[in-house]
Write a protein that binds this ligand. Structure first.
Ligand SMILES: Cc1cc2nc3c(=O)[nH]c(=O)nc-3n(C[C@H](O)[C@H](O)[C@H](O)COP(=O)(O)OP(=O)(O)OC[C@H]3O[C@@H](n4cnc5c(N)ncnc54)[C@H](O)[C@@H]3O)c2cc1C
Length: 241
């Protein structure tokens, strides 16, 4: 069998922001920055986006039962999720079907009561259900519970779809997304992030978010690259500037 030749488009030479990692955090960050007009490059070490934790969770977009400091963030997050399929022009299998946390014992129920009181104080539509209310909400539960915490507005989405949808929407706004591109080093110069090194690249980001302009007024390249061939097609550049 002949040797497989790996090709890919050359990495972008300029960026305002380099986002490292193509999970939900990186892809959403890339999208919202691109929406604000930033020139964004996202690099992901795996051969595809969303290959790690962001595709391996239960898909809950849950507001209830969180630390009080998280609840206002999750209320806002839930509000954003309600419009996300439209905003990203993607099917995310978003369902706002509520979430239910059952208490097995009276002491668990007491803990849920505290959570409900805190959540309601922060404006969340969380409520405590009695055993009878649980039965009417989920008739085929199969056993009795002393009570439960229930938030009608909680939702869920399909985790395998969320991050890629953000990435595609970011690309439509001009962001450049590269897989098989591992950040090996974040270069700091004079106390500021000055670049990102990958096996294929030696990148530099100049002068903060908008890049530094040269004396001629043109924007300097933010990412400079060097590349050499290796067994897999790429390996660290021997010398860097
Ligand atoms: C719809 C949805 C529902 C969720 N529901 C739940 C839930 O019910 N329960 C729960 O506990 N959590 C849930 N979460 C949260 C989730 O499980 C994790 O907290 C979240 O996915 C972490 O995202 P991340 O982008 O930080 O990490 P990751 O998904 O792990 O992404 C990090 C990425 O960075 C890449 N990377 C790492 N190092 C480098 C490098 N040097 N160079 C380049 N790339 C690199 C990795 O390959 C990876 O792709 C949910 C998330 C979503 C999207």
């Amino acid at each position: 069998m002949g040797e497989m030749k790996m090709t890919r488009p050359p990495l972008e030479k300029e960026a305002d922001v380099v986002v490292i990692g193509g999970g939900i955090v990186g892809c959403a960050t890339a999208y919202f920055l691109a929406k604000r007009g930033a020139r964004v490059v996202l690099i992901e070490k795996n051969s595809q986006l969303n290959f790690e934790q962001s595709s391996r969770n239960n898909g809950f977009v849950r507001q209830q039962g969180r630390h009080p400091r998280e609840i206002p963030l999750m209320i806002e997050c839930n509000r954003m999720w309600q419009g996300l399929e439209k905003e990203l022009d993607a099917d995310l299998e978003w369902i706002q079907g509520g979430s239910l946390r059952l208490a097995e014992t009276q002491s668990e129920l007491a803990r849920l009561e505290t959570m409900v009181r805190i959540g309601r104080g922060l404006g969340l539509d969380v409520q405590l259900l009695s055993g009878r209310e649980i039965r009417s909400l989920v008739p085929d539960l199969g056993r009795e519970f002393p009570g439960a915490m229930y938030t009608r507005s909680d939702g869920q989405a399909e985790p395998t779809k969320a991050a890629p949808a953000f990435a595609r929407a970011a690309e439509r706004l001009g962001a450049k997304v590269y897989t098989r591109s591992c950040a090996e080093q974040v270069i700091v110069s004079n106390g500021r992030v000055a670049g990102v090194a990958t096996p294929a690249t030696w990148g530099r980001v100049h002068g903060g978010p908008r890049g530094k302009r040269s004396s001629s007024g043109t924007r300097k390249p933010s990412i400079w690259r060097r590349r050499t061939k290796s067994r897999l097609g790429w390996h660290p550049a021997a010398s860097r500037r």
